[in-house]
Design a protein around this ligand. Sequence first.
Ligand SMILES: [Zn+2]
Length: 278
Amino acid sequence: MSGMVMLGDVIDSIRMLAILYAFFVGLIMGSFLNVVALRLKDGETLMGRSYCYACGHQIRWYDNIPVVSYLWLRGKCRDCGISISWQYPAMELVTGMVYALTVASFFVLDSPSSWLETIWFLVVVSLFIIIAAYDLRNMEIPLAPLAVAGALTMFSYAIQYAISGEPFWQSRLGLGVAGGVMVGAFFFALVFASRETWMGWGDVWLGLVCGLIVGIPAALFMLTTSFAVGAATGIVGIASGNKHLKSQIPFAPFLVFGTVTSLFLFALFPSLRTFFFL
Ligand SMILES: [Zn+2]
């Protein structure tokens, strides 16, 4: 067998390489998306080098390497010694893992339509990471990246529908519209009934787009996961004394987590779909 290479092995190797590559691109993108979320608030331009928010010093290129620089600098600015938030390396790692999982779940080397799906999801998930990071900091959902994610998804599903010619209510477009209406209506009821004390109108729009992306029946799984993880985090917060029952917690990070998780699970295990249809 020496000297022989099976085509299948080559394809598997390329796939592993693509996943690894996606992880490293994700680390760098995570760092960039964090800057976008920060500068979106102040309407700053995305041009120009990043700088320390405490002392204003430009960050040297070798201090700007995702995760590695944070560990190397022991979480402190080289110029003024102020602590750098652990959220930076955490977000870089999360983005790296999500990018790697995206390629692992969607990318099939010999299927060009899967390439488009991979690109669509990488863009959507990047916008979602900006939304979650922004909501964590400002308790507000930025509508511009959300609108782009919704429009891109509609566009991508509509093209799939037009090409495949499947019946509307079996297409991702039909199931997505139904999911969006269902989740959007659910959040609308929550916001309306609680007079915006449980959640804000931004969550209604986010719920609508999340429901559109996952579609039914995964939308039910997405909602369950989001609320379960949100509640678990709240309970841990209360137990550790950081939060009380009236504390406001941003909900977007949980919705984003639920959406991304259900997309991966349903892509990796298609039989879940029939299970959830009962
Ligand atoms: Zn500094």
